[in-house]
Design a protein around this ligand. Structure first.
Ligand SMILES: [Zn+2]
Length: 68
């Protein structure tokens, strides 16, 4: 009886962690670390999708690309 209750609690806790812990972790990892690049002209950090890549350097905007 007690073992069964403990097993149910364990399953619920595992489900809770799988659904609530994984999602935010994955999101913050992606946007904070791997997807941020530093602009070579002004030093501002931008999302890699929003940046302009030229000569293996990242720029936050067209103005910075022309300014360099
Ligand atoms: Zn810039």
């Amino acid at each position: 009886m007690v073992l069964k209750i403990l097993l149910i609690i364990a399953v619920v806790v595992i489900i809770y962690f799988v659904f609530f812990k994984k999602k935010p972790l994955k999101n913050s990892d992606k946007s904070d670390v791997s997807d941020m690049v530093e602009c070579s002209a002004c030093g501002v950090y931008t999302q890699i999708e929003d940046s302009i890549i030229s000569n293996n350097k990242y720029y936050c905007s067209k103005e910075c690309l022309e300014k360099r």
